[in-house]
Design a protein. Structure first.
Length: 358
């Protein structure tokens, strides 16, 4: 088995950045998305119609262009963007016969994924690997009713955002996955894509998100109980604990609040005995209703704007649902933690701060 070319279905942030990481590894991809239902104002002014190929590919084209403006950069060098070809799901499904691996990265809705995989099964060559990047939906449910010749090569490959920088790759076998495919993709993920591969079972949210969402749910409860602010929590749960700078709430803004809430609800519904552990505070539902989803809507737990002196960063106050200026967090324990030699010592100071506030 070899991977010479990949099709990525879904050109949003996750699909686009997966295609970019494949490009970094020298693997060309076909990036597909849906055909728009109406023209943009710019397209109308140019005299285009919904039948023009440029319009039909416009969603994938636009999202590919966004990759070159992202920070941190998803490409090692901008020229690698040339390794991504765009298309659409109405005209180009037949081209799935050209690829060795199809990665599904569409919206986290079971019915949409089921319908898509029925179409994919009709167009791929026998033996083509097909995977879902779902963060926690049942793989078994996605391919119910599809032939064994398809499900033998079907499994989950859960990348983490942003794929170029996040080392973890969860591989989740489906109900009929050939063990040789699991072994091949695990080795490919490690040797070619540079990932740290973890095998997971087909359970709600798999491993990382099951732990991560639980951890943030507990953090939220403690924040409200102790009277900590959003920026204070991020100061206590970032590099000082051996975690990325995005810490807790900046990570939610990066991933998207809608995705995070969906992930939490997946466990709450799929594992009723653990529902209480994954119950989120009411103010997050208000954020969702308001469309404060994070980076993709330009405001979430943090909000960036331009002021007279340059960029202004504000942080959400969940008690008033207003944004207040981000402050420099000052805790004596944080100063000690930053000066500490190793993570064990740093965590001891960070824990002291949280216990004192508690």
């Amino acid at each position: 088995m070899q991977i010479h070319k990949v099709a990525v279905i879904g050109s949003g942030v996750m699909g686009g950045t997966i295609a970019a990481h494949l490009a970094n590894a020298g693997i060309p991809s076909l990036l597909l998305d849906i055909v728009p239902s109406k023209l943009s104002a710019k397209e109308e002014a140019a005299g285009l119609t919904l039948e023009d190929r440029k319009v039909r590919n416009s969603i994938a084209l636009t999202n590919k262009a966004k990759l070159l403006k992202m920070n941190p950069a998803p490409f090692l060098v901008p020229e690698f963007a040339d390794r991504i070809e765009v298309g659409n799901l109405s005209d180009d499904l037949g081209r799935l016969s050209e690829v060795d691996w199809v990665i599904e990265v569409v919206v986290e809705r079971l019915d949409i994924k089921q319908d898509l995989f029925k179409k994919v099964a009709a167009h791929v060559r026998p033996g083509t690997i097909v995977t879902s990047n779902t963060s926690g939906i049942s793989l078994k449910s996605m391919v119910e009713g599809l032939p064994e010749s398809f499900t033998r090569y079907f499994l989950g490959t859960h990348f983490f955002n942003p794929p170029r920088y996040m080392k973890l790759l969860e591989i989740i076998p489906g109900p009929n996955t050939d063990p040789e495919i699991i072994t091949f993709l695990a080795e490919f993920g490690e040797r070619v894509l540079g990932k740290g591969v973890v095998l997971a079972k087909d359970t709600p949210n798999f491993i990382a998100n099951r732990i991560g969402v639980f951890g943030l749910a507990v953090t939220l409860q403690e924040m409200l109980r102790s009277g900590l602010t959003v920026d204070e929590v991020d100061a206590l749960t970032g590099p000082v604990m051996g975690r990325p700078k995005s810490a807790s709430f900046r990570t939610v803004d990066l991933v998207g609040l809608d995705t995070f809430i969906h992930t939490a609800n997946t466990v709450a519904v799929g594992v009723p005995s653990e529902k209480e552990n994954f119950t989120l505070p009411e103010f997050m539902q208000t954020m969702l209703t308001n469309g404060w989803l994070g980076d993709k809507t330009k405001q979430g737990f943090y909000k960036k704007s331009k002021g007279p002196q340059g960029k202004v960063i504000e942080v959400l106050d969940p008690h008033t649902m207003t944004y207040v200026p981000k402050k420099a967090v000052k805790f004596a324990s944080l100063d000690k933690a930053k000066a500490a030699g190793g993570l064990t010592e740093k965590n001891s100071y960070s824990g002291q701060r949280q216990r004192c506030r508690g």
